[in-house]
Write a protein that binds this ligand. Structure first.
Ligand SMILES: N[C@@H](CCC(=O)N[C@@H](CS)C(=O)NCC(=O)O)C(=O)O
Length: 489
């Protein structure tokens, strides 16, 4: 006699049992039930589990369904005290998490798995309304785990139990699922440092990735506007002037590139390494983005506290913002009026240079600049969708790790009263480009546009809006806000 499992290793509850039994070093036989072929609905499987769900198990003439019941039975028959304690108080805790997982946590995480993993696999579009409706519940549940894991290393003490395996399973593709784990640092620490390194976990991840993310990260081909490096200045005039004749303007080198969707690894991008990072961001600000004054007085403070918390900045100055919206889409890039309302920039650029960063600090904070510039200063742009999911012309970032200093050169921005500086980029086939498909208004990209530190960290990130050839033909125009900030450390 012995345990025989009926499952498909790629499904959440099957993987849970496989990882759990492996953790407890319990032997079993297994029969594959192909989820995508619908074998769990076949007559033979329905006789084992009339619920037509996986996994199921048998031990002689005993049949057990419900993944957590299988884990409990296997632990008890193997006498696996460490993973399913016999001490009644501890066991009650493990049981509590097992029941909670099946009734609350799994159904909530499953919504994200269906929308952001299963649907793309089946070439269907995720429904943001479904995610938005689920989100309050997910946050409540993640908050409960966060509270527990801020007190204990694992869910019930210092070592893993079957409860940890059960609760981890519904989030086994957390990045691709777009679970906002960055808002729950102890939950993330538990998952990435407590669960992922377990051999039993590692062994069972391959089948999940292979079935559900078979092609690795998706990507799109598009053409973006680099700038040719010529032996004269590259300039852009924001007013009519004789001098604007016969200048070298930027964006004269159109190149086809591959832009990889960064969602499957979104938490691996770091501002200091790649020059950009993705974060969850919640604001109570009402959606009045046309009202500059309200944006300044009511929205900027949210950005300040977010950056202080996320980056550890001692002070944050928000000094400017730009709304890219349908209404502003007709405005030319060089329209000298109303610089806060514009359409997306289709030019590979970085907003500051090694010289213009410090100069801007001097202009904005003349009395304090000397002192402030004696310590580390970084310009961070916060890029956030507004009003709806981004379905066209998303933002692409050129990974700083794929760039060399020689790729960047200056673009002089000629305004009537001053000259600003940007970097534009020359093409390199080493460049690696990323974007995040279908970003929603409660997510932000941070862009490093200047850093005074010269210790090897990313200082300037090239970025551009791009035409996504996979956008639906009738996609509503992208609407976003870009907030320019200086972070002092
Ligand atoms: N509470 C059940 C849930 C099992 C379950 O929903 N399994 C999924 C795979 S993760 C399934 O087989 N679904 C089949 C279907 O939805 O048709 C358990 O823990 O075993």
């Amino acid at each position: 006699m012995g345990i025989e499992l009926y499952l498909d290793p790629c499904t959440v509850n099957s993987r849970k049992v496989l990882a759990g039994l492996d953790l407890m070093k319990i032997e079993y036989k297994s029969t594959n039930v192909d989820y995508f072929k619908g074998e769990h609905k076949s007559d033979w499987f329905t006789k084992i589990n009339p619920m037509q769900t996986m996994p199921a198990a048998t031990d002689g003439d005993l049949t057990i369904t419900e993944s957590n019941a299988i884990l409990q039975y296997a632990a008890d028959t193997a006498g696996s005290d460490a993973y399913y304690p016999k001490d009644l108080r501890q066991r009650a805790q493990v049981n509590k998490w097992l029941l909670w997982e099946a009734s609350a946590w799994f159904p909530s995480c499953y919504v994200y798995l269906v929308e952001f993993v299963a649907k793309p696999l089946l070439k269907a579009t995720p429904d943001q309304a479904v995610i938005d409706a689920e989100e309050p519940k997910f946050r409540k549940y993640a908050g409960i785990l966060e509270a527990q894991l801020s007190k204990t290393k694992y869910l019930v003490g210092d070592t893993p139990t079957i409860a940890d395996i059960a609760v981890a399973s519904p989030m086994h593709l957390y990045a691709a699922q777009r679970l906002p784990l960055d808002q729950y640092p102890n939950l993330k620490r538990w998952y990435t440092q407590g669960i992922e390194p377990l051999e039993a976990w590692k062994k069972t991840q391959g089948a999940v990735n292979k079935a559900l993310l078979p092609n690795g990260p998706p990507s799109v081909r598009t053409t973006v506007n680099y700038t040719k490096a010529v032996d004269r200045l590259t300039e852009l005039y924001f007013y009519e002037d004789e001098k604007a004749k016969d200048i070298h303007e930027p964006g004269d080198l159109a190149r086809e590139i591959t832009v990889t969707d960064g969602w499957q690894q979104w938490d691996k991008f770091h501002l200091d390494k790649n020059g950009f990072s993705l974060h969850s961001f919640n604001t109570s600000y009402s959606n009045d983005w046309e009202n500059d004054e309200a944006v300044r007085s009511e929205f900027y403070p949210d950005v300040v506290s977010f950056l202080e918390k996320t980056l550890g900045a001692t002070r944050v100055l928000v000094f400017d913002h730009t709304i890219r919206s349908e209404r502003n889409s007709q405005k030319a890039l060089t329209d000298e009026k109303n610089t806060s309302q514009r359409s997306p920039v289709m030019l590979v650029h970085c907003d500051y240079t090694a010289e213009s960063g410090p100069k801007r600090v001097e202009q904005l904070l003349p009395d304090e600049s000397k002192d402030l510039l004696s310590r580390r200063v970084a310009f961070i742009n916060v890029w956030k969708p507004i009003n709806r999911v981004v379905e066209e012309r998303p933002l692409a970032m050129c990974d700083v790790e794929s760039c060399e200093d020689k790729d960047f050169f200056k673009l002089y921005l000629r305004y009537r009263e001053r000259t600003g500086e940007n970097y534009v980029l020359n093409y390199s086939n080493k460049h690696k480009w990323y974007y995040f498909s279908r970003m929603s208004p409660n997510q932000v990209i941070l862009l490093k546009t200047f850093d005074s530190a010269m210790d090897g960290r990313a200082r300037f990130v090239g970025h551009t809006a791009f035409v996504d050839p996979t956008s639906p033909k009738d996609a509503p125009m992208r609407e976003s806000v870009e907030i320019r900030t200086i972070c002092f450390f």
